[in-house]
Design a protein around this ligand. Structure first.
Ligand SMILES: Cc1ncc(COP(=O)(O)O)c(C=O)c1O
Length: 389
């Protein structure tokens, strides 16, 4: 049986996944510092109010709507206004998740074989999302000199379908700066390439620089721009499967883009009616959930920062936002070997930096979402292992 070449990356389990499975099966204590699902992070969710948001007789009727129900899109536009960005409800298209938003936009923008410019280091899923649409991910580098910025020399616009900007980026926690954002937009406009601005972590600022672009959607860029957001991160509700795309930029480009995007969305009609009807209420409830997540990440980051003092062999990289922290460990072995050792010896699961194409020696990425007792123990094990090294 032949499967599509789009699936060429294979299905083998990596060594870390095998070591994790062995540790879990052993019944020994396990400390997951890779947790990215907020609903499993022991946070106080308003569970009854969430259930109540669906108690609406209208959920019994199917209301197909390619861009999404008008009242749901209006609620998303109001949510942009909360972040200081003016986005027209008619320029919003609802999707089942940010991952699906990428898939729809790649269908809209690319022909098979074209490249998608993706930042590196960043979230590894983009490579798969592009490949599944027959597109080729082409990295451009983000350079670190105490702060992350775009390495413009690494951008190659030959045969490009789209340029992905992730702000705040995962796992670097860096916002794009005003200067980098405007320069990227000029280049994209000049090459007739649209920008996909992934802002799923924009609601979790830690220490934004004064020149950080905290809402790409709020800047009138010279390039056609699609900003992505969703309930998954902004309201801590990934199980709802609801994301959105907001189109901004020159009007002459936005209108035809939305008409074609509507055709793509109409082909699938993948967003459920109940979640669209519940959306205004879920966005309201999101404020408290977001607050609980923010309190957790601020607490865990502060605990991490205070446990790494000047005498420690580890360093904590600065971050402006987001749910992840990057810890540099002694380069006596690779980051994969560090991660394997930690899960085998201590039952502590972290992600090696190479998963994200981080190239700063040996780095480990930890999630700031983990419950404090698990987080503190896991970090103590990482630091003890580094001190022994
Ligand atoms: C930067 C970034 N974009 C998008 C996603 C996917 O979001 P969603 O759950 O809405 O598909 C993630 C998930 O962690 C992410 O880190």
């Amino acid at each position: 049986m032949c499967f599509s070449r789009r699936l060429a990356w294979g299905t083998q389990e990596n060594a870390l996944a095998r070591a994790e499975a062995e540790r879990r099966a052993s019944g020994l204590p396990f400390f997951d510092l890779t947790l990215s699902n907020p609903t499993l992070a022991e946070l106080p969710y308003p569970v009854h109010a969430i259930a109540q948001a669906f108690a609406n007789p209208a959920v019994a009727t199917y209301q197909p709507s390619p861009r999404g129900l008008a009242q749901a899109r209006a609620a998303v536009a109001a949510d942009y206004a909360r972040r200081g960005a003016r986005v027209d409800a008619d320029a919003i298209v609802l999707t089942a998740s940010s991952s699906e938003s990428y898939a729809l936009l790649f269908k809209l923008l690319g022909d098979p074989g074209q490249a998608v410019l993706v930042p590196e280091p960043s979230y590894p899923l983009f490579d798969y999302l592009a490949a599944l649409e027959g597109l080729v991910p082409r990295p451009y580098r983000l350079a670190f000199d105490g702060r992350w910025h775009v390495d413009f020399a690494s951008l190659n616009f030959h045969n490009v379908a789209a340029l992905v900007v992730v702000s705040p980026n995962n796992p670097t926690g860096s916002y794009i700066s005003v200067e980098d954002c405007d320069h990227l937009a000029e280049l994209a406009a000049r090459h007739g390439v649209a920008i996909i601005a992934d802002e799923v972590f924009a609601d979790f600022p830690l220490a934004p620089s004064p020149d950080a672009v905290t809402a790409v959607s709020g800047r009138q860029l010279s390039a056609l721009t699609f900003s992505l957001g969703g309930l998954s991160k902004a309201s801590g509700l990934p199980q709802m499967k609801l994301g959105w795309i907001a189109a901004t930029g020159p009007r002459s480009l936005v209108e035809p883009a939305l008409a074609s995007l509507e055709l793509v969305a109409d082909t699938y009609l993948s967003v459920g009616t109940p979640v669209q009807l519940a959306l205004p209420r879920l966005l309201d409830l999101g404020a408290d959930i977001r607050h609980a997540i923010q309190t957790r990440i601020v607490r865990n980051r502060a605990a991490l920062a205070s446990s790494i003092d000047a005498s420690s062999p580890c360093t904590l990289l600065p971050a402006e936002a987001g749910w992840s922290a990057i810890v540099r460990v002694p380069e006596i072995m690779s980051d994969e070997e560090w991660a394997l050792r930690l899960v085998r010896d201590d039952g502590v699961l972290v992600q090696p930096g190479y998963f994200f194409d981080l190239r700063l020696g040996a780095t480990l990425v930890v999630s700031l979402l983990a419950p404090p007792a698990i987080f503190d123990h896991g970090i103590a094990c990482v630091l003890a292992a580094a001190s022994r090294a």
